[in-house]
Design a protein around this ligand. Structure first.
Ligand code: MBD
Ligand code: FE
Length: 247
């Protein structure tokens, strides 16, 4: 059992050693790196740092192993107790943001519809926060569960999300800035699709031409997850079919 641990840690160390060698890292820089890691731990941002750099790799491994639609980051703002919603997500009463229709089908790998699949949808508020996490926004705002019908279809109305800035006042923000990067994620809609007998799919949708689509600080964007600006009777539509791999 410890062989797997030994293999992963040994290769991780080897990778870091390669980077140190390649860039002629000095003893002083090495000490600075340790100091930076200490600060990150003290600030409680170690999970944020590891997520920003490495979570997307774990998703790539899942994509390689399971097949079906492309999976990407769950992020820190999923709530499993979101209510089932009928027709529309709860939004701010004065939300004047552009309306958005999310719809599509849940399918198996052969393209047959999956009825009674549960599709969790969640995204940012128009002011760039998440319900249940920031500014006392109710936990059922801008999130909800949908159930697919006999044709595997789901549909829900909401408003267009905005780009999201990960915490940038601490060590992680400082590191990204020192690297010449920023702390923004492009506007996105999160999905988690579950059905008995299938592997759970966690993914996101992005907006073509949106800010930061080409420079996501968490590197979670895949080209096939970027949606063109499609409109129906003037209403913006994101249509996403999810192909689920067998469990
Ligand atoms: C988010 O909203 C998000 O989706 C990810 C992956 C990381 C931080 C904030
Ligand atoms: Fe998010």
């Amino acid at each position: 059992m410890s062989n797997r641990l030994e293999a992963v840690v040994a290769d991780a160390v080897e990778g870091i050693r390669g980077a140190l060698m390649k860039h002629n890292v000095t003893f002083e820089e090495y000490r600075q790196g340790i100091g930076y890691l200490m600060k990150t731990v003290e600030a409680g941002e170690l999970p944020l740092m590891i997520d920003a750099f490495l979570n997307t790799t774990i998703c790539q491994i899942e994509n390689r192993n399971f097949g079906g639609s492309t999976s990407t980051l769950e992020g820190p703002y999923f709530l499993d107790d979101a209510p089932f919603v009928d027709g529309a997500l709860k939004t701010y009463e004065d939300d004047r943001h552009e309306p958005l229709l999310l719809r599509g089908r849940v399918l198996d790998l052969a393209g047959a519809p999956v009825a009674d699949a549960v599709v969790d949808v969640w995204h940012s508020t128009p002011d760039g926060h998440y319900g249940g996490f920031h500014n006392n926004i109710p936990r059922d705002f801008y999130r909800g569960k949908l159930r697919t019908d006999a044709a595997g279809q789901y549909e829900v109305r909401t408003t267009v999300p905005v780009a999201y800035k990960i915490p940038d006042q601490g060590p992680v923000g400082a590191l990204l800035e020192a690297m010449g990067r920023h702390s923004w994620r492009p506007a996105h809609v999160h999905y988690k699709v579950r059905a008995p007998g299938f592997h759970t799919l966690t993914t996101q949708a992005y907006f073509e031409g949106g800010a930061y689509v080409d420079s996501d600080c968490c590197e979670g964007v895949h080209p096939e997850l970027i949606h063109a600006d499609v409109r129906e009777s003037g209403i913006k539509v994101i249509e996403t079919d999810f192909a689920l791999a067998p469990a």
